[in-house]
Design a protein around this ligand. Sequence first.
Ligand code: OKS
Ligand code: ZN
Length: 347
Amino acid sequence: MLTYYNHLHSDHEGKVEMFRGALVPCFEVPARVDRVLAELKKRKLGTVLPPNPFDDSALLGVHSQRYLDFLRGAWDDWVALDPANAKRDALPSVWPVRTLRSDVLPDNFAARMGLFSMDAGSPLTDGTWDAARAGADCALSAALAVAGGKRAAFALTRPPGHHAGADFFGGYCFLNNAALAAQALREQGLERVAILDIDYHHGNGTQAIFYERADVFYTSIHGDPSTEFPFYLGYADELGAGAGLGFNRNWPLPRGSGFEVWHATLQQALQGIAEFDAQALVVSLGLDTFVGDPIAGFTLQTRDFLQVGADLARAGLPTVFVFEGGYAVADVGVNAVNVLQGFDQQA
Ligand code: OKS
Ligand code: ZN
């Protein structure tokens, strides 16, 4: 498995996130990616490369200019408020909900944080931009490798991406790596690209980015948003809109679901991808469906992830894997690499 590793991922290291009314240590930690890299090397599962550099303009197919400008400068703006801020993460605390304006761009930093975010669980730190930006390069590099004829490639990066929208961060995500990979595949001439999101959480950002497009089909298996983050998107009746009607398909499952029901649902999601006649596949590879995950609620076992990889391979499509969630740090490396090895071993 050709892997593009984000060598700057650890520059993003949040200290605390808001959880049930308290500031608690971040679940989304650098050790997650370190574990996956160590397991890849241990099993000698192919080459590990640094990403190729891309211009910021490569992000504009997915993200808005004003969001990118905000994100690039946000840490410096935060520290400029008060030099003591350099020792603390920046978290939003106010949001433009219904009836408030999101077309105006306030000067106030807290107001801009809220305008460009969806929750208080995603600390912005010194290094967030550099880490997210290099992660985008990994996703774009993996997409170009696959467009150029590789059977598959893996973007090994954090922070994750699938909650990030065209102009907001949240759910630990800042730049939408999977969306960037899908858009890059389209720009390389692949006519129909499918995104399969198997993270425990619905990828609201990815869905929204492609919701009105017929050329990128988004399908996701995830915890029922009625009880699980991101709560406000990911329901079964979201089928796309306008030209994109029919090109979005969600598979919410109740918290507590196990591999039997999850695996049967995967076959349905893959059938949708086959009916769409996709020419390439992007997999949002979250491992937080694992039974031991501290913030999720499915019960997949380590061995199940080998089966998942084999099932994905049987779709028979050039495939870009993008690392997303998975917070059982001691197990996330083995679980992620099981998917990749299961894929590689399936002819
Ligand atoms: C806000 C964040 C809580 C859950 C974030 C989920 C992150 C994730 N308190 N997404 O796939 O793994
Ligand atoms: Zn997740």
